[in-house]
Design a protein around this ligand. Structure first.
Ligand code: BES
Ligand code: ZN
Length: 457
């Protein structure tokens, strides 16, 4: 059986696979920070070289931002388009890392061996699971069980600004029978997951200006308007006491979860207290009357991701600041239009602004939510292949995060996307000390070996 041989090859080559991943993790490809532009380019070169080494025809494609990487195999069979992103999140606060973020290493922990470093889980470790599976098939049979194409992006963590134009311009090259995305997680320790719902994202940055300079808060405090207080009041008005978001029209088009999916999720036995306990919390803070899984998978949210204004240094300064800023993001669900909501949010803020203050907005990412139909036969094939590798059968789940391309595969190319990933909730993606379990990496590679085989049948 070729599958068994390919799986044995994966087991025997694991140390080398880890070394290759560590090599990629050493490249600080932080897409949002222009200081790392060359590093993003280097990460793309690294991938082109690695994909070429396993016999794919790979190339780096320039965009106005960071380059894309495209690769194609020469085998026959159903055509799969694998997507991952080689860019990573910034590392700050750096002082909270126990080891330097771009000096990755294999580390022994209480819960087993982990690969530590920025991007180990999101998404370099995950994208390499697929590459390593292809390498194993090639090593064992000289070919791939399917017609494989690979598409890597370098701007996912900064809102994918070049993605839509690139997809529009390369429709034919990017179209396949099905898209595969490895950028999500397992459902618990032993249960693989196929994500069928992803939330969208809308990012807004606002700066409120009051006085034309910082003022002495004794000389002016009481008569002069403080923009930090103005901002705080606006932020406080975004939710009512039941957790509902108060931006007019925010819930237009938001549907209740279909009964069958609601039942599937109930059957997953998600434990709010356990999930929150891991991060030192205990009380679900979403809308009243919603289950924990609804709060993170199927309900829209509004969160403050950053806030600033006034004196932030050590000690104390009696200042009445001229400006206050906040970065606010909305997670969106199917039915919500990000651009329409951007307008309603701005109008909502402006309506509350005192006449002697001004506000400036800067729009960040805007991507719609996506809902995958599981009718495509690839879903059952993959589900059964995953169930062969893992102790528990694969679950169809939601994901609260956003991966803009998932929706674009559908609206631009008319393709279904299947999201299978091996991350864990405690991987600390986007946070200090990001890690990827060695078992996620190893079983992730083995899973793709099996999924590729199943899809070819
Ligand atoms: N890999 C994540 C998406 C994700 C988050 C999957 C949580 C599973 C659990 C992805 O790279 C990501 O973080 N996306 C950003 C997108 C944004 C910057 C446009 C996100 O969701 O914040
Ligand atoms: Zn990711």
């Amino acid at each position: 059986m070729s599958v068994e041989k390919a799986l044995d090859h994966v087991d025997g080559d694991l140390n080398n696979a880890v070394e290759r991943l560590l090599d990629l993790l050493r490249i600080p490809s932080i897409s949002t920070d222009p200081a790392y532009k060359d590093d993003c380019d280097r990460a793309a070169d690294w991938l082109v070289e690695d994909l070429t080494s396993i016999g794919l025809s790979a190339s780096k494609r320039p965009t106005p931002g960071h380059p894309m990487v495209m690769a194609h195999g020469s085998d026959d069979g159903p055509h799969v388009m694998f997507y991952g992103h080689y860019d990573v999140q910034p590392v700050d606060p750096l002082n909270l890392w126990n080891t330097p973020p771009f000096e990755p290493a294999l580390e022994e922990t209480e819960k087993g061996r982990v690969i530590r470093g920025r991007g180990s889980s999101d998404d370099k470790g995950q994208l390499m699971t697929f590459v390593e599976a292809c390498r194993a098939w090639k090593a064992v049979t000289g070919s791939l069980p399917a017609k494989v194409s690979i598409f890597f992006e370098g701007e996912e963590e900064s809102g994918s600004p070049s993605l839509v134009p690139f997809m529009e311009a390369n429709k034919e090259e990017l179209t396949a029978d099905v898209a595969l995305i490895c950028d999500t997680g397992l459902f618990g320790e032993s249960t693989p997951a196929i994500v069928t719902r992803l939330r969208g994202l809308l990012g807004e940055e606002l700066t409120i200006t009051g006085p034309n300079k910082d003022l002495h808060s004794g000389m002016y405090g009481g008569i002069a308007r403080n923009p930090v207080r103005v901002l705080a009041k606006i932020i406080a008005s975004l939710h009512d006491h039941t957790g509902r978001i108060m931006v007019p029209g925010f819930y237009d088009g938001v549907a209740e979860l279909p009964k069958d999916i609601a039942q599937q999720w109930t059957d997953l036995g998600f434990d709010n207290a356990e999930f929150l306990g891991e991060v030192g919390l205990g009380i679900p803070a979403g809308e009243d009357g919603r289950t924990g899984l609804e709060m993170i998978w199927s309900r829209p949210t509004c969160e403050v991701n950053g806030i600033g204004g006034g004196y932030q240094g050590d000690g104390f300064k009696t200042v009445l600041p001229s400006q206050a800023t906040a970065k606010i993001s909305f997670r969106l669900v199917p039915g919500q239009d990000p651009l329409k909501l951007r307008e309603s949010f701005r109008a909502f803020v402006e309506a509350q602004l005192p006449d002697d203050c001004t506000v400036e907005f800067k729009g960040h990412g805007a991507s719609s939510a996506s809902e995958m139909s599981t009718d495509h036969p690839a879903f059952e094939k993959a589900r059964s292949a995953l169930s062969d590798e893992w102790p528990n059968p694969a679950a169809f789940v939601g994901c609260g995060g956003s991966i803009p391309i998932a929706g674009h595969f559908k609206d631009i190319l008319g393709m279904d996307a299947m999201l299978i990933g091996f991350g864990k909730d405690d991987d600390q993606i986007h946070s200090p000390n990001e890690k990827y379990d060695l078992s996620s990496f190893h079983k992730g590679i083995r899973s793709w070996v099996r999924v590729l085989d199943a899809l070819s049948k």
